[in-house]
Ligand binder design. Structure first.
Ligand code: FPP
Length: 256
């Protein structure tokens, strides 16, 4: 039994790289698509976990800009899985108070998938228990580039001066800018990389990695990730003393 996590230290936003589906299937001498299907079950487990623990935002890296380069058969299987999940799961997610969002270049998906993404976002727009952001055809560099392009367009149109471009202005135009940045990043499958996921948004995120393959991730390990998160001191570039002082001070006073 894990020790209870002190209140106030549950991450508001967890971002996940769900890695290891292919290896999970290979170990069973099954096609990679079977691994992705098994991975979809862990997605449901992870959503349940966030709903139970009061995590406000869960962002899942479902398909990277680079994943289009995988063999046609695997890309096709993933598209079928996404379409099936959109058809089967959205109603239940809506009933449970989940708001769905999709980030990435959705123009690259079929009309059928795009239509269901838009319908799911419309249906669930008013939900507040959990925001589930699915990164699909997403790349962090591409995200930053589109934010820069949008700023450049405003400058060219005379709506913005170059000296008004700062971190806040760019940060307001990357994906998920309206949500708190991820507090905790989880990557399964043993690799210690960010792999072009949420590059801007992860600047001060706590990173947690596990060797466990995504289809085998369970609640006990998610609890462990939350325990590790709760034990970390987040300094945001300040000193430990400054952080302790800010936490002890009454609200509105003494924040460095
Ligand atoms: C990475 O594992 C995983 C993916 C590229 C796809 C993730 C998709 C799912 C978990 C399916 C369901 C998702 C939703 C949102 C319905 P990998 O194939 O790179 O594994 P490997 O490193 O072992 O080869």
């Amino acid at each position: 039994m894990n020790a209870p996590i002190p209140t106030g230290t549950v991450p508001r936003h967890i971002a996940v790289i769900m890695d290891g589906n292919g290896r999970w299937a290979a170990r069973r001498k099954r096609p990679r698509a079977i691994g992705h299907r098994a991975g979809a079950r862990t997605v449901n487990l992870c959503i349940d976990f966030c709903l139970e623990r009061g995590v406000g935002v869960l962002t899942l890296f479902a398909f990277s800009s680079e994943n289009w380069g995988r063999p046609d058969e695997e890309v096709g299987a993933l598209m079928k899985l996404f379409l099936g999940a959109l058809d089967r799961e959205v109603g239940e997610l809506h009933r449970r108070g989940v708001r769905l969002r999709f980030i990435g270049e959705r123009g690259r998906f079929s009309d059928a998938i795009r239509g269901r993404m838009a319908a799911a976002e419309r249906l669930t727009a008013g939900n507040t228990r959990l925001t589930l952001a699915v990164a699909a055809s997403y790349g962090g560099r591409q995200d930053i580039a589109q934010a820069a392009r949008s700023l450049a367009e405003d400058v060219a149109a005379g709506r913005l001066r170059p000296d008004q471009i700062d971190e806040a202005a760019l940060g307001a135009r990357v994906a998920l800018a309206d949500l708190p940045a991820p507090d905790l990043f989880i990557r399964t499958g043993g690799d210690l990389r960010i792999s072009n996921f949420l590059l801007w948004q992860l600047a001060y995120t706590e990173l947690w990695f596990t060797e466990t393959l995504w289809p085998e991730l369970g609640v006990a390990e998610l609890e462990q990730a939350l325990q590790v998160y709760a034990s970390r001191e987040r300094r945001f570039g300040l000193t430990g003393e400054q952080i302790a002082f800010a936490q002890d001070a009454p609200p509105g006073e003494g924040h460095p």
